[in-house]
Design a protein around this ligand. Sequence first.
Ligand SMILES: CC(C)(COP(=O)(O)OP(=O)(O)OC[C@H]1O[C@@H](n2cnc3c(N)ncnc32)[C@H](O)[C@@H]1OP(=O)(O)O)[C@@H](O)C(=O)NCCC(=O)NCCS
Length: 186
Amino acid sequence: MEVTSVVQLDQTKAKDEYPNLSLRPLQVSDVDDFMVWASEEKVTRFCTWEPYTNKEDGLNYIKNIVVPHPWLRAICIDDRPVGAISVSANSGNDKCRGELGYVLAFKYWGKGIVTRAVKMVVETIFVEWPHLERLEALVDVENVGSQRVLEKAGFQREGVLRKYLIVKGRSRDRVMLSFLSTDYQS
Ligand SMILES: CC(C)(COP(=O)(O)OP(=O)(O)OC[C@H]1O[C@@H](n2cnc3c(N)ncnc32)[C@H](O)[C@@H]1OP(=O)(O)O)[C@@H](O)C(=O)NCCC(=O)NCCS
């Protein structure tokens, strides 16, 4: 399904600045744009992975992880990727929930872009995956911008999971936020 075909964009300052914001699959041919955000220390600060230092690693990541990923989209301005957003798929008893993740090139921070992208995901994912009842996000306690993005997009803050994950050698507390399919319907 074409992701942008079923979304209604909200009115924000970014809509005026970047009217051509869209989500689409990230492809091998996008590797140079991918390397822009993937190589930035600021972008990877709260992520489990280190900044990419060479294009070959970027190509391998796109081929082996991005292309087969069940739901990963490039966040594009004028069809050019400036970041990425994904939902993980679970199976069995965990099938009702998926985890949201996103990154954006530093140059574009603070313009409402990821908030718009998250709203676009919320408006499509429960339609594309009718089995999904819960979209969740786990955010570092110090990643205040990311928590704000999710709250602006309608996610509810559920609590703090203490010493939940090791990131770059240190165990970190993570805030759990979620959006339910019934939140969207209501
Ligand atoms: C976090 C990130 C996705 C935000 O994307 P963005 O497009 O800049 O976010 P938006 O512009 O839509 O919204 C950011 C909000 O957080 C606020 N914010 C940002 N940094 C903040 C801080 N340190 N303290 C308080 N608020 C902050 C902004 O003011 C804005 O809120 P406002 O609209 O009420 O003013 C982006 O910075 C990023 O890619 N970071 C690196 C990767 C990452 O951390 N991913 C998330 C992993 S959970």
